[in-house]
Design a binder for this molecule. Structure first.
Ligand code: G3I
Length: 452
């Protein structure tokens, strides 16, 4: 029998009964479940675990992992200016829409990336000749169009990306050259107007530790707060090099938090010189753990997003000659020690996932004003079930109103769903799904499901 990680006492009490039932029914093997997906572990700690995703790849194994392991996704390139507005006034929303639809189907948040950047701007913008007034209008129109299109569906926007040089001076760009430093305050103000519910961030790299660049960012955020400019958070990209997690990372996160803003690790990867070796992968796991540990230690750190979850989909080898293997999964989608380090830091076990046993994944399939449809998929790989119970705690007052393919009861916030007469058996390599309708108000967070 597997051990339960959550404090769901009813499920705990029922574990023994379920196993006894399985034995009486002549089950071939006791149920064993693998470690919970990262998103369940993160949700239990109130944290985000996200990944940058490429919308063209969101099917098959890539899509399965993206949906199962992460509670947030960031489009890697699909929301950048050159992607959404390749010619002036002509918008291509399709790839960005795909990411948002995927996130909705999997009960995930979306992190919007990015509205104002010196890079990946379309030729008509980058090579145009603009008066300050014209450039300001172009920027406002772009922000209004993009943020407005996704109003209510983006949890957080990287509004301004990479505004600083390494020495803490403002980067020379079409924006700072044409509009002066106030482009930052204006962009934030326009984004707030277009979607008052989205958290607005400034995002940058090499600002993970306390240094000249992060101090410039800190001073900017302090001054924006003092001026009443809408700024909700700071994104620390965290494109790191093996063995070089800044020792001041947690202190740096804390000093931003103390300004009254959230902090997110937005683009974590840890690159190494190829080929990878067991020793390098062990060091990489320690680096991933150090980053997640620092975030877990600061309550205003909302979570960690990795910049691609598989080495087959990482920007690193294209840009850093001879470097790679920077993500938590290898090129064949096998979890690396870094994956287990993230799980461990989030309170999970550190055994090989997802090979052994059975797991349960909760997702919101559809959501409207006051109701939603949810589903739980129980999958077995390397284990099997002859009967099952899935339990969880609703954290925001949700109520189950109807269920199918399972018998669900709710007592207070505790929900228990047991198999129907026809779907208790889940053979190795297969899965069953049950669904339910529920009511919600305020928020509808995804709970951790305990399987027994
Ligand atoms: O779309 C074209 C394609 O038509 C062409 O055939 C191909 C040939 O090289 O290039 C394709 O564009 C590439 C684009 O990604 C889309 O795949 C660009 O060459 C390539 O440079 C671009 O790289 C992106 C990079 O930002 C650009 O700076 C990476 O995928 C993306 O992961 C990376 O993400 C950035 C974050 O936005 C900000 N922080 C740093 C991070 C890593 O650089």
């Amino acid at each position: 029998m597997r051990s339960l990680r959550s404090g769901f006492s009813l499920a705990s009490a029922l574990t023994g009964l379920a196993t006894l039932g399985a034995l009486l029914a002549g089950a071939t093997a006791p149920a064993r479940a693998a470690d919970a997906p990262l998103r369940d572990l993160a949700a239990a700690k109130g944290k985000i675990i996200g990944s940058a995703v490429n919308p063209a790849k969101l099917t098959g194994t890539y899509g399965d992992i993206a949906g199962r392991e992460f509670n947030s996704v960031t489009p890697d390139n699909a929301m950048k200016w050159e992607s959404v507005e390749p010619s002036r006034g002509t918008f291509n929303w399709a790839p960005a829409d795909q990411v948002v639809a995927f996130a909705t189907a999997h009960g995930q948040q979306v992190r919007g990336h990015t509205l104002v950047w010196h890079s990946q701007n379309p030729g008509w913008l980058a090579n145009g000749t603009w008066t300050p007034a014209q450039l300001s209008t172009v920027l406002q129109d772009h922000i209004t169009a993009e943020v407005g299109r996704y109003k209510g569906r983006i949890a957080a926007w990287d509004v301004v990306n990479e505004a600083f040089n390494e020495d803490g001076t403002y980067r020379s760009s079409i924006w700072s050259n044409g509009l002066g430093q106030d482009y930052i305050a204006n962009a934030l103000t326009w984004a707030r107007a277009a979607d008052p519910g989205a958290k607005l961030y400034i995002n940058d790299y090499n600002v993970e530790g306390v240094n000249a660049k992060s101090t410039a960012l800190y001073n900017l955020v302090r001054s924006l707060k003092e001026r009443g400019v809408p700024i909700d958070g700071v994104g620390l990209q965290a494109h790191l090099i093996l063995g070089q997690v800044p020792s001041s990372l947690q202190q740096n996160i804390q000093r931003f938090a103390d300004l009254g803003v959230d902090v997110a690790i937005t683009e974590l990867d840890v690159r190494m010189q190829l080929p990878s070796t067991a020793a390098k992968l062990t060091q990489q796991a320690a680096d991933y753990k150090a980053v997640m540990d620092a975030c877990v230690a600061v309550s205003r750190c909302t979570g960690v997003t990795v910049w691609g979850f598989t080495d087959s989909d990482s920007w690193v080898p294209d840009v850093f000659d001879g470097y790679g293997a920077a993500t938590p999964y290898d090129e064949s989608f096998t979890p690396k020690p870094a994956y287990r380090a993230l799980a461990g830091s989030l309170g999970g076990g550190t055994t090989e996932p997802p090979g052994d046993g059975c797991t349960a994944v909760y997702s919101v399939v559809n959501q409207w004003n006051s109701g939603f449809t949810g589903q739980v998929r129980i999958s077995c790989s390397g284990g099997a079930l002859s009967s099952w119970r899935a339990g969880w705690t609703f954290g925001a007052g949700q109520r189950i109103t109807q269920s199918w393919n399972a018998n669900c009861t709710q007592s207070g916030t505790a929900v228990t769903c047991s198999n129907a007469s026809y779907n208790g058996t889940v053979p190795d390599g297969s899965s069953v799904t049950f669904g339910f309708n529920g009511s919600w108000s305020g928020s509808n967070p995804v709970p951790v499901v305990t399987l027994s």
